[in-house]
Design a binder for this molecule. Structure first.
Ligand code: F6R
Length: 597
């Protein structure tokens, strides 16, 4: 997904901007560009490919004010002319834009009729010409006039040749302002700026800001001033760096014991009171999310129903808004690690429209979802840079255990003894996660064996059916091996036809009430000559009899088994990708934050 960076201060803007832009690389991009103001004129450089290509052509661009962009092609191919920033006809205004303008065709047609010349095929370029056309008494008024014409989503940053300010605006696309000492910053994501500041102002939808080296002023689209306190974020720059790991994904997998610990801190022993009491009185729960967050929601259904007995359903965010209203006002839990996923934001708005109480589970303080819901449970995973969600998934599960305990407590659905047992199991989770990580080399060896597969099945039952979906998703997005997650009981209803000696099956076999049936499925698969890698629980001596390979995670209550098992599967997909030489932190075609519906 595209990234925006801007700087205004007294330092060499080029160096800072390029450094920050590199910290957004993980979002995925196919071209990059930078515009700087120096001596009353704008200099512009753009290139296709990596930021290093841009660096090689840009030379020394002087100035203390500039904006830059990494583009992920949507409207128009990834070419130099379609790369941002864009200039107006006379080269006095430069803009960068993330998002999609839905009425750009009409605007462009009109602007062309009026004599404006376009240099690209993008929707974004209309901004530069609309601002040029506005010709107001300040850049702010010109930007406001341009914004009144556009429809769609945007995060923009605008500079003008004779101004010492950056004008930014947002609507449904993330943008943060970093506050420094006699310097200020703009970026799509706080992680880009952590090296320079921990203090941020989160711009909200339909807001505009004027940023100079010494001030940040926020306005609504009518130009009325808005007061907003800045927030301090505790994440450090090291949190957002690789710290010696070859990939962010591996670092983030290994950070999970700490992330679980942080996410539990102060929230056990009945201190989970950040959740208002009325949530415990809900008649039903509906969980929404996308991708990995949806899978966390599917696990959450089992957790909430088991602990609180409250009927729970889980739906993909982009489907929720089209579904009929079948339950009377469920509590809607919106899961999104980034807090910026357009489909989940839309689902949260829809839930409110339907009169439901809403909770968000998110990892990012001040993100858009936090303004769309009644209450937020923050996962405390720290920044996640790898495109594949790992530690945020596991901490989402922690948030769901906490929520389930709270709902169960409010309804007297569990005895105090059972509650004590649950809490004691939760305290043990960081150690459990660490034990799986200690066995990483064994998983690496298994990955070497299976790395040439074209297709794999991941099967599980009950609470580990969604774990199988998540294992399959990790495998396909990182290693590009087709991975299919399936409820083990469904194999015989069709997919068995696909099995052969070339189709490994990863079978999650936990010693719960589904165990015997899982063993049956493993036998069924082995009988079709498909190699089985069984992921089971320490002490299991039966799996060996039917599976070609076995990986055992430490003894764990079945309710908590998705945590050690998914850590094993994350490592498995990581090592598969490593052995296949895939670009692990930046898999092709996908973005870390998906801000389009
Ligand atoms: C997969 C992955 C995606 C995200 C999905 C939702 O590894 O990361 O499937 O889970 O795009 O993102 P969030 O949680 O930010 O709403």
């Amino acid at each position: 997904m595209c990234g925006i960076v801007g700087y205004v201060g007294s330092k060499d803007a080029q160096e800072i901007i390029i450094d920050c832009l590199k910290r957004l690389e993980y979002r995925g991009y196919d071209s990059a560009g930078i515009a700087m103001i120096s001596d009353g004129s704008i200099s512009l450089k753009k290139s296709v490919g990596e930021i290093s290509v841009l660096e090689s052509i840009m030379g020394n661009m002087e100035g203390n004010l500039g904006i830059a962009h990494t583009r992920w092609a949507t409207h128009g191919k990834p070419t130099e002319k379609n790369a941002h920033p864009f200039l107006d006809c006379v080269g006095k205004i430069a803009i960068v834009h993330n998002g999609i303008l839905t009425n750009y065709m009409d605007l462009r047609e009109q602007l062309v009729k009026e004599g404006h010349e376009f240099a690209s095929e993008t929707d974004s370029e209309v901004f530069a010409h609309l601002i040029e056309k506005s010709a107001g008494d300040s850049l702010m008024s010109e930007v406001l006039a341009a914004l009144s014409k556009v429809e769609g989503s945007y995060a923009i940053a605008v500079i003008k040749n004779d101004n010492e300010e950056i004008i930014v605006a947002r609507n449904e696309s993330p943008l943060v302002i970093g506050i420094g000492h006699r310097e200020n910053f703009v970026a799509s994501d706080v992680t880009a700026l952590l090296k320079y500041t921990n203090e941020f102002v989160h711009l909200q939808d339909k807001e505009v800001a004027r940023i100079t080296a010494n001030s940040v002023e926020i306005f609504d689209l009518a130009g009325n001033s808005i007061q907003r306190e800045s927030k301090r974020i505790s994440w450090s720059v090291e949190d957002a760096e690789r710290s010696g790991y070859p990939h962010f994904m591996l670092k983030e997998i290994f950070e999970q014991p700490q992330a679980i610990h942080e996410s539990l801190l102060g929230r056990l022993e009945g201190q989970e009171d950040e959740l208002p009491f009325f949530y415990s009185r809900v008649g039903s729960v509906k969980i929404v999310g996308c991708g990995t967050s949806y899978h966390a929601g599917l696990v959450g259904k089992y957790i909430i129903e088991e602990l609180s007995k409250v009927p729970t359903t889980c739906q993909i965010s982009s489907e929720y808004r089209y579904s009929p209203i079948t339950e009377s006002k469920p509590l809607v839990v919106c899961i999104t690690q980034s807090g910026e996923t357009a489909d989940t934001l839309a689902a949260a708005r829809e839930a409110r429209k339907r009169g439901c109480k809403t909770i968000a589970i998110t990892n990012v303080l001040g993100s858009a979802i936090t303004r769309e819901v009644d209450t937020v449970i923050y996962t405390r995973a720290g920044p996640e840079i790898g495109v594949a969600a790992t530690k945020t998934f596991v901490t989402q599960l922690i948030a769901l255990y906490l929520l389930a305990l709270r709902v169960a407590g409010g309804r007297n659905a569990i005895t105090s003894e059972h509650r004590r047992e649950i809490i004691s199991s939760m305290r043990n989770l960081p150690r459990l996660a660490q034990n799986v990580l200690n066995d990483a080399e064994r998983i690496h060896t298994l990955a070497k064996k299976y790395k040439d597969a074209h297709s794999m099945f991941f099967i599980g039952r009950h609470i580990n059916y969604p774990t199988s979906l998540e294992g399959a998703l990790k495998t396909k997005e990182i290693s590009y091996i087709h991975g299919e997650g399936y409820p083990a009981g469904e194999l015989k209803h069709g997919p068995l036809a696909l099995l052969s000696c070339d189709t490994p099956v990863i079978a999650i076999c936990v010693r719960d009430h589904t165990y015997e049936k899982m063993l049956g499925n493993v036998r069924e698969v082995a009988a079709r000559d498909a190699p089985v890698l069984a992921v089971g629980i320490e002490g299991d001596i039966d799996l060996d009899k039917f599976a070609e390979d076995v990986f055992l995670v430490p003894e764990v209550e079945p309710l908590f088994s998705p945590i050690p098992i998914i850590i094993a599967l994350q490592l498995f997909s990581y090592y598969l990708a490593l052995e296949r030489g895939c670009p692990i932190d930046k898999p092709r075609n996908i973005a870390k934050t998906v801000t389009v519906e």
